[in-house]
Design a protein around this ligand. Structure first.
Ligand code: F6R
Ligand code: MG
Ligand code: MG
Length: 370
């Protein structure tokens, strides 16, 4: 059967700062999706990572379905009421518009969606990250889909070895969706030229060149483009189908052992390592570090299996220690150099205001003064 997976996430409030949502908030969202989703969606699952709640829904209504998007929107609105009642911090933070207008994209919540003919065995992964940005997935996706050092299937499996088509979006372009399609292996260097710039170029989707099937759908939202100012980082969500003509689940997970440095640590304005954590982990050190969790599902006739928590394994304890060390190392230099983001990616207005004041006090020395 043809099934659609719609994953929508938003931060609508959290306890004690931007740490994690409360149980009553989660329960209200769960209750709303279960009640209003009856007869609309086939199945759903709820998770959170840091202060972001993700709703995964399976259905037969196709991409960008207004009723399915509205279901998630209504659930977040209902959750916001609870968050306000409890005095949670940032209640309703990611719901940037007052009214729903047909699609959750562009209203604040992050969306990843894919439609496909279910295979006989259909495994897929739901990634959710906090205190970072959509481009944080660029490197792990490139390594999992295009680098034989991480994806043994590229040389072992003829289907995987056909390579992949990457669709990349220029998220700085706000007048419309500016996208490019690049195929690996032939255009790998061109692809990497874009993907090095996580703040601007973001992988939107990946398709198999063996059968044209969709493998990856990732969100490309930039909240500041919607709101016109800082309202929190973009905390990305992503769906990845695995096995057979796609990378194996383990090949998709493997690059996360790098705990690579990404943007989004403290006030969305610092660099920090992306730590793979168990689902339903909050944040702590310096409002971070940036975290990513991954739930692995199987789906049949639209019914979701109970998920497996992909980073809940002793191997990842070692990676978490490494990420903590990397976080401490970069934090040792505070505001200096690459520890803090460049002007273009800085959130808040403090530095710009100070710079504007200081600019006026600079003077160019006359040569005869020297
Ligand atoms: C939010 C985040 C935090 C906040 C910081 C200050 O997702 O990353 O680091 O930016 O806690 O928050 P405000 O300005 O709301 O006090
Ligand atoms: Mg937040
Ligand atoms: Mg968040």
């Amino acid at each position: 059967m043809k099934v659609t997976l719609t994953a929508i996430k938003a931060d609508v409030g959290s306890i004690g700062g931007h740490l994690k949502p409360s149980l009553p908030l989660l329960q209200e969202i769960e209750r709303t999706v279960a009640e209003k989703g009856e007869g609309l969606i086939i199945d759903h699952a709820l998770t959170y990572t840091g202060d972001d709640i993700a709703i995964l829904m399976s259905h037969e209504r196709g991409l960008d379905d207004p009723s399915v998007h509205k279901l998630a929107w209504d659930a977040f609105i209902a959750g916001t009421k609870v968050a306000k009642h409890q005095g949670l911090y940032g209640a309703g933070q990611d719901l940037l518009k007052d009214a729903f207008s047909g699609n959750a994209k562009g209203l604040g919540p992050a969306v990843a969606e894919m439609e496909f003919e279910e295979r006989e065995n259909e495994p897929f992964l739901l990634f959710t990250a906090d205190k970072t940005e959509p481009g944080a997935y660029n490197l792990p996706l490139y390594l999992a889909f295009a680098d034989p050092m991480y994806n043994a299937g590229l040389i072992l499996s003829p289907a995987v070895g056909k390579g992949f088509k990457f669709t990349v979006m220029d998220v700085d372009h706000i007048e419309g969706d500016r996208v490019i399609e690049l195929c690996t292996p032939e255009e790998a260097y061109d692809l990497v030229t874009l993907l090095r710039d996580n703040g601007r170029f973001v992988i939107e989707s990946i398709h198999s060149r063996h059968n044209g099937e969709i493998a990856v759908s990732s969100c490309t939202t930039r909240l500041r483009n919607i709101a016109g100012k800082y309202v929190g980082k973009d905390d990305p969500i992503m769906l990845v189908r695995t096995q057979k003509s796609f990378p194996a689940t383990g090949e998709v997970l493997a690059p996360f052992q790098i705990a690579h440095l990404v943007s989004g640590f403290m006030r969305g304005s610092h660099t920090g390592p992306l730590m793979p954590v168990r689902a339903r982990t909050g944040v702590s050190f310096f409002d971070g570090p940036p975290i990513v969790s991954c739930l692995a599902f199987s789906i049949h006739d639209g019914i979701l299996s109970k998920p497996v928590d992909a980073f809940d394994h002793p191997f990842w304890d070692w990676v978490r220690e490494k990420a903590s060390r990397k976080a401490r190392d970069i934090r040792e230099q505070g505001f200096s150099g690459p520890a803090m983001l460049g002007y273009h990616d800085l959130e808040y207005v403090g530095i710009t205001e100070r710079m504007n004041r200081l600019e006026k006090r600079f003077r160019v020395r006359d040569m005869d003064e020297v």
